[in-house]
Design a protein around this ligand. Structure first.
Ligand code: USQ
Length: 395
């Protein structure tokens, strides 16, 4: 299989490239280094140091692997057309979108940038494939956050409904909670329509929150993926582990009853690989809900505290901070995730073992984490998101 990974420099893109290469697939990757630039813009950095793309490609070579790399921005249609023409992939894994909900809530500038970049990149890809390679599988990263937190079970994409005596199978209603999450809803709608128009084969992945420093392919430090812990680019469980290791308070927002689907980086890569290696039927649009288990942030904060204290001398402290977001803090949450399991997916590990392994890796970067202390505390308050200021540095 020839895979093209858009966003290959990212948290998931890089380990996915490693996995596909190690499984004998041909891989080309593209990236504009957007995340590196925007993380610097909020005065942050990956807590685990990562090399330049040149260094990364050299590290692959030292491990007997080769990946073709093309630098460019997928919101530029000409670049996307060139990519498809040059690489002629069997599958395009589209991970090249602005991925931070808080970033999209910084203000109008960041909201528009996220809206444009994400929606247009998927539109570019749909047109380029329709014109140049309509049989290529689009494996697109969406988010469980598209569904929001409804008071009923969440199916995988579609549900059967009876209304005023008539029945249909319809896309499950979406109720996202940030501009970022809404871009993924718009992408899903556009992909569904592109599939209806041109029969493009699509897997739309509704992924939960990913945590972890490693996959089985990350065998030495030169192969590490980025690891963000600041309030804009870091996600809940990764932040909690970093906070515990650095002796900083673990921060559930508000009441901490917010519940989400979570999965390890290892499992995320396994699922994406399974989806790539088992493409949809001709002309099929399918939706996978991709997570292992759902947890409340309170549960996760407690697990991190317990695992930290089990393996270290000191104590870890949980401090509920004012919730910077507009979201339900106590709610029902019951999503279904069956389709990947039908393809043979089994979650790999044990959350507590994973937590110990993450904290063990992070110990080596304790000083770096402490140097980012200023940007770990939440300061992106969604209600006060401004249309007039450009923010973000020195906010
Ligand atoms: N949260 C805390 N404390 C923190 C950080 C977050 O309580 O220190 C809470 C948030 O309020 C939220 C939940 O944890 O209720 C999840 O927040 P998050 O920052 O871990 O994740 P989120 O903003 O939802 O976005 C992340 C990724 C995004 C992906 C999404 C999957 O950045 O790219 O799409 O997870 S999901 O959450 O299922 O939509």
């Amino acid at each position: 299989m020839k895979a093209l990974i858009l966003g290959v420099d990212g948290y998931i893109g890089w380990p996915l490239a490693l996995r596909l290469l190690n499984r004998g697939h041909e891989v080309a990757g593209a990236d504009s280094f957007f995340t590196r630039r925007r993380v610097r813009e909020v005065e942050s950095d990956s807590a685990i140091p990562i090399g330049t793309m040149g260094r990364r490609l050299a590290a692959l070579k030292e491990n007997g692997l080769h990946m073709e790399f093309l630098r460019g921005d997928v919101s530029n249609a000409a670049f996307v057309y060139r990519l498809i023409e040059e690489t002629k992939p069997d599958v395009v894994v589209h991970l090249a979108e602005q991925r931070s909900a808080p970033y999209s809530m910084l203000g109008l500038k960041q909201a528009s940038d996220t809206m444009y970049r994400n929606v247009i990149s998927t539109l570019n890809l749909s047109y380029a494939l329709k014109d140049l390679s309509p049989g290529t599988h689009i494996l697109k990263l969406g988010t469980m956050g598209e569904y929001g937190t409804p008071n009923i079970e969440i199916p995988e994409g579609f549900f059967d409904i009876e209304y005023k005596g008539r029945k249909d199978s319809l896309p499950f209603p979406k109720f996202a909670g940030s501009w970022y999450h809404w871009t993924k809803v718009h992408d899903s709608n556009n992909l569904m329509f592109a599939n209806r128009l041109w029969k493009l084969p699509v897997t739309d992945v509704m992924q939960g929150v990913v945590y972890g420093t490693r996959t089985r392919d990350i065998t030495d430090t030169s192969l590490f993926t980025r690891f963000d812990i600041d309030e804009v680019w870091g996600t809940a469980l990764n932040r909690f582990c970093a906070q515990a290791v650095a002796g900083l308070p673990i921060t559930p927002y508000g009441k901490g009853g917010q519940t989400r689907g979570f999965l390890s980086l290892e499992d995320s890569i396994t699922c994406l690989t399974l989806a790539a290696e088992n493409p949809p039927e001709e002309g099929e649009y399918r939706v996978f809900n991709q997570f292992d288990q759902h947890y409340s942030v309170n549960q996760l904060a407690t697990y991190v505290k317990e695992e930290y204290e089990r393996t270290h001398e000191g104590k870890a402290e949980i401090v509920h901070v004012e919730n910077p977001r507009v979201e339900k803090e106590e709610h029902f949450y019951q999503p279904v995730s069956e389709k990947l399991r039908h393809l043979g997916y089994h979650p790999s590990g044990d959350l507590r073992v994973d937590l110990r392994s993450i904290m063990n890796d992070l110990e080596k970067f304790r000083e770096k984490i402490l140097s980012l202390k200023k940007v770990i505390t939440p300061r992106t308050f969604w209600k006060s998101s401004s249309g007039l200021s450009e923010k973000p540095s020195g906010r």
